[in-house]
Design a protein around this ligand. Structure first.
Ligand code: 0WD
Length: 256
């Protein structure tokens, strides 16, 4: 029996088979969780439907996190299918391309700052708040994805790094707020992985090569590595862990 048997999980952020959310869905399915999915826009709908059917799910809901009405509708529709929810996976981030290239100040505008924070940080708390009634008293778990650029100035990561710092602080405040409900909130700080979102980051290939040569494990991580850690963190095996940022990065973060 899988260690997520009897758990119901909502997975956001599938944009392709290479998405980190796809690796998480795979691991959670393998461990026995029942899955529901969201898609950002009509372009991604059929792709997410295909992923859902692979995992025996027909719950596929639209969710653009910039739209409050879609957030409300998503959880109200989910509540019509499931009377409770155990896991929310937030694997969503966005910053305009010019804000994740070159120098930090070059891509900095009030609009870019607001949009990056809205989609990449605020949305975690918005989803946790909307999911709260369904998750009450379930020993549930909320999980998000961060990156080392939240805590170090990394060339090119720029505005996304500032948004990820806000995301990581949100993890701690959400964990404190939702702990009494029995809900744990954690983040995985993943090493670089070639996905659609990552291909927007200038010099990404160089970053992958650098990690391969220097990380303690002398390799980059895969969506399977992240998926397995995510499944663990959202399971009862991790019942004492909340408010944490867990590195799944082949050890790269320990380097001085
Ligand atoms: O190296 C990497 N790939 C790392 C990614 C290292 C460390 C962390 N992460 C994080 C990302 O910052 C993100 O938070 O992991 C999370 C998942 O990212 P991913 O799997 O690397 O990227 P991708 O497959 O592109 O999925 C992210 C998706 C979007 O994809 P696109 O590429 O279409 O922007 O986030 C979704 C969208 O599907 N998304 C939204 N969903 C709902 N509403 C929105 C939105 N407004 N904007 C983006």
């Amino acid at each position: 029996m899988g260690f997520l048997q009897g758990k119901r999980a909502l997975i956001t952020g599938i944009a392709s088979q290479r998405s980190i959310a796809s690796g998480i869905a795979e691991a959670m399915h393998r461990e026995g969780a029942e899955l529901a999915f969201t898609y950002q826009n009509d372009k991604l709908k059929s792709r997410v439907e295909a992923a859902a059917s692979e995992y025996g799910s027909d719950i596929v809901l639209p969710l653009d996190v910039t739209d409050d009405a879609q957030i409300d509708a998503c959880f109200s529709d989910l509540g019509k299918r499931w009377d409770s929810l155990d896991i929310v996976v937030h694997a969503i981030a966005f910053a305009p391309r010019e804000a994740i290239a070159g120098q930090f100040l070059d891509g900095l505008t009030r609009e870019n700052f607001a949009l990056a924070h809205d989609i990449s940080a605020y949305s975690l708390s918005a989803l946790a708040k909307a999911a709260r009634p369904l998750m009450q008293g379930r020993n549930g778990a909320v999980l998000t994805l961060s990156y080392l650029g939240a805590e170090r100035a990394l060339a090119g990561y720029n505005l996304m790094g500032v948004a990820k710092a806000s995301l990581e602080a949100s993890v701690r405040y959400l964990a404190y707020n939702l702990g009494p409900d029995g809900t744990r909130v954690n983040a995985i700080s993943a090493g670089p992985i070639k996905t659609l979102a990552a291909s927007g980051i200038a010099g990404f290939r160089k970053i992958l090569g650098h990690v391969e040569e220097n990380a303690p494990l002398r390799r980059t991580v895969s969506i399977e590595d992240v998926g397995n850690a995510a499944a663990f963190l959202c399971s009862d095996l991790a019942s004492g862990i909340t408010g944490e940022i867990t590195y799944v990065d082949a050890g790269y973060n320990i380097l001085g």
